[in-house]
Design a protein around this ligand. Structure first.
Ligand code: ADP
Ligand code: ZN
Length: 739
């Protein structure tokens, strides 16, 4: 069996995510391997799949004891013999696991690091055939990291006890220094180093004004009704208050913070994982030990303390790759509040650090340019795209405008006031405010006083951000907001150069009045999150069926006392609710349906789908792009085959897709879906003349390979507005054909 066959058989997936194939190849060559991949990147598979190939045991060291059971349950659901050993087992249970391991009846064994120090445990291990050691959350071994765990030092002893056994270390958080440290501490020999992009293509980022924020939050949560959401707050008290408020407004929310007693905390966590409570309002204490793949929305209701924290917390959204949203509420008042807390820090170095971190967060909030690009740059990744299509800045329609005059005015004001004032003051000067401070500073006597009357205060602040992004001005230092000119700014002023900038498209006169009363509302209208239907090409999910399938999933999970996602993930249920598979064969083409799950739960899900399809007169829709799809010709399918044949014949006569569409009275999208179907059915279609020009073709192939996507929205986001879904799908079919 090839690794791809193993992937389909045991996990039900058709494709690898970026780097998974390369990492697995390295492990299978028995090389020490170091993996840095963001949350949701699919790290587990990198050792779970090789484990199936190796003769002996794969030992997984993981610090998250609370997660082990869920991970093992997930593997078992896929028909993989896995067990765990940690302090939660009773003595008889422990013995039972040990015996099964000794009998070679277990492929993957999870252990907590402290076990490795217990007398006898290493002896137990050395008597087994261990093929691979996997170290999860590997940054815990480094003192340079922020989550150092002394227990992880036991791993060196383990390495010594198992000489020649290759090791794979995985982490989502590591600087270069920590990475180096991991390899050294684990005594890796010439480790293969894999570094995935930290771009989470399925996440949308937005920063929203924190005004009428409870209303805005309620509206936002309302859009995600029934889905899992996390709302992060700064203080314990506010988590309680906000959860109460949300409940009063008819939403189902629970608070979570470190001050609650342990039983309440684990109960809350459990109820969230089991889809019994959709919304958790929490301090950042929540989330560490949670692997829930289908969190659809993460809200920062208060400012995060650092961008690292922000990235990590938002990273808990959308691990399963489906579109998910990250919203941050920001007000200047919150910044002032944070400043106050920072003032209280006694250690000067710590205080400076906290202030610096906050400044970066504020800079992020104030951005007039792509937030994704900024985040990635913060982590040292140079992301070369102007429009990510997945942040509020990029999604807000923009327009060009001549900024020459206003830029000159702002820059002059900076120079005239001595290059030490912030934009709030400069704006007052420019707009001729009559304040005591301005009079005292005699800024009302300057030539720039009151020379702007066609821009509002917030316009001027936004413009300053744009001028900073253009490199014409800069903040003097992170702590204070004083602005000065860069040398480019001086040249610009001296030479009276022209300047064209782009900014958010100005609202029409009518909405403008609403904008004063409710800015959140206008913003919402301007910003439409990418819809699910759009994101999976023409995958239109039948939501009523999806809900029925979720219900069944919840029931099966409760019976087995496992989290619902162990049964099937949202991706799988969505595909079922879009393709209506009605035979075991077609069900097996759905992503996430492996052999074991098909055997165990196939009939139960088919029954629901069949009866729903009957009731609503729905036929199966083929799953495009599956490696294994050679559809049995059911009567419903064969009726349709003539339409495919008609498309095929026209193409064979050398018509273009547009011509076929016109001739047959179909949309481009439909014609492309015919082509996909023909290709997956193994029909001989010459795609050559239909493909885009070679540079575009390459760009699309690259994007598809990088995202490893069955889901097209991330690919589209990567490529930008210039590319169409039709082109992308054609190229995907082409890649399928050339496999
Ligand atoms: P990480 O540990 O890197 O955060 P996980 O290993 O938990 O990520 O994987 C995240 C999610 O992605 C899981 O739900 C997993 O089943 C899914 N996944 C992993 N690899 C693939 C793949 N090749 N195709 C589809 N889904 C995948
Ligand atoms: Zn963007």
């Amino acid at each position: 069996m090839t690794v791809l066959d193993l992937l389909k058989k045991h996990f039900g997936y058709d494709q690898f995510r970026p780097l998974q194939a390369e990492i697995i190849a390295s492990v299978l060559e028995r090389r020490d391997t170091l993996v840095l991949m963001p949350t949701g990147g699919g790290k587990s598979l990198c050792y779970q799949l090789p484990a199936l190939r190796f003769d002996g045991l794969t030992l997984v060291v993981s610090p998250l004891v609370a997660l082990m059971k869920d991970q093992v349950d997930t593997l078992k659901a896929n028909g993989i013999a896995a067990e765990f050993i940690n302090s939660s087992l009773t003595y008889p249970e422990l013995n039972n696991v040990r015996r099964r391991v000794q009998r070679n009846a277990v492929k993957i064994l999870y252990v907590a690091p402290e076990r490795l120090a217990l007398p006898g445990f290493l002896d137990f291990l050395t008597e087994l055939t261990v093929s691979l050691v996997a170290v999860d959350e590997a940054h815990c071994i480094s003192m340079w990291g922020h989550e150092f765990r002394p227990d992880y030092r036991n791993l060196v002893t383990l390495r010594h006890a198992l000489p020649g056994v290759p090791c794979i270390a995985l982490t989502a958080t590591a600087t270069e220094q920590v990475r180096h440290d991991i390899a050294e501490q684990l005594e890796m020999t010439q480790p293969q180093d894999f570094l995935a992009s930290f771009n989470r293509t399925n996440l949308t980022y937005s920063v929203r004004p924190k005004r009428n924020s409870v209303d805005a939050l309620t509206d936002l949560l309302d859009e995600y009704r029934g889905e899992s959401c996390i709302v992060y707050c700064f203080s314990r008290k506010s988590t309680q208050d906000l959860a109460t408020t949300l409940c009063e407004r008819g939403l189902s929310a629970l608070p979570y913070h470190a001050g609650l007693n342990a039983t309440v905390r684990s109960e809350t966590q459990e109820r969230f994982i089991r889809d019994e409570v959709p919304i958790i309002v929490a301090t950042i204490a929540f989330g560490m030990g949670i692997d829930k793949p289908d969190v659809r929305l993460v809200v920062h209701y208060d400012l995060p303390k650092s961008l690292e924290g922000y990235y990590q917390e938002t990273g808990r959204a959308g691990r399963d790759g489906l579109p998910s949203e990250c919203a941050l509420f920001y007000s200047y008042g919150d910044k002032v509040k944070q400043d106050f807390f920072i003032e209280q820090i006694e250690d000067p170095a710590e205080q400076r650090n906290a202030r610096d971190q906050l400044a970066r967060v504020i800079e992020f909030c104030d951005l007039q340019t792509c937030r994704r690009k900024y985040l990635l740059a913060y982590f040292g990744e140079d992301w070369q795209q102007d429009n990510c299509g997945g942040c509020d800045v990029c999604l807000t329609p923009r327009e060009e405008f001549d900024a020459t005059v206003i830029a000159q005015k702002i820059l002059s004001a900076i120079v005239r006031t001595g290059e030490r004032f912030g934009i709030a003051h400069l704006s007052q000067v420019l707009r001729g405010a009559n304040t005591k401070r301005i009079r005292e500073l005699r800024h009302d006597k300057l030539s720039v006083y009151g020379i702007v009357n066609d821009f509002s205060d917030s316009d001027i602040k936004e413009l300053a951000g744009l001028l900073q992004a253009e490199g014409l001005l800069r903040k003097n230092n992170r702590e204070y907001a004083g602005l000065s000119l860069t040398s480019a700014g001086r040249t610009f002023l001296k030479n009276r150069e022209d300047l064209t900038l782009t900014r958010a498209k100005q609202a029409e006169p009518a909405p403008r009045t609403i904008s004063d009363s409710d800015p959140a509302q206008v913003w919402r209208r301007r910003y439409t999150p990418p819809s699910i239907a759009d994101e999976q090409g023409d995958l239109s999910v039948d939501t009523a069926l999806f809900e029925k399938l979720r219900e069944l999933r919840r029931k099966l999970a409760a019976e087995r006392n496992v989290p619902p996602y162990v049964i099937f993930g949202d991706v799988t249920l969505r595909q079922m609710a879009a393709h209506f598979p009605q035979s075991r064969k077609s069900l097996s083409h759905i992503s996430g349906v492996g052999a074991a799950k098909l055997e165990r739960w196939g009939e139960a899900f088919l029954e629901v789908i069949r009866s729903y399809a009957d009731e609503h007169g729905l036929a199966e829709r083929p799953v495009p792009g599956t490696r294994h799809s050679r559809e049995p010709q059911g009567s419903k399918v064969s009726q349709k085959s003539s339409t495919y044949t008609a498309t095929k014949q026209l193409l064979e006569q050398g018509r273009s897709i547009t011509e076929v569409a016109a001739e047959r009275g179909l949309s481009l999208r439909t014609v492309v879906s015919h082509i996909e179907k023909l290709v997956t059915d193994g029909e001989d279609i010459d795609l050559g003349p239909l493909l885009p020009a070679s540079d575009r073709l390459e760009a699309i192939q690259h994007a598809l390979a990088r995202s490893g996507a069955t889901v097209l929205a991330p690919v589209k986001a990567m490529l930008g507005k210039d590319y169409t879904y039709e082109e992308i799908r054609l190229v995907r079919a082409f890649m399928h054909q050339s496999r």
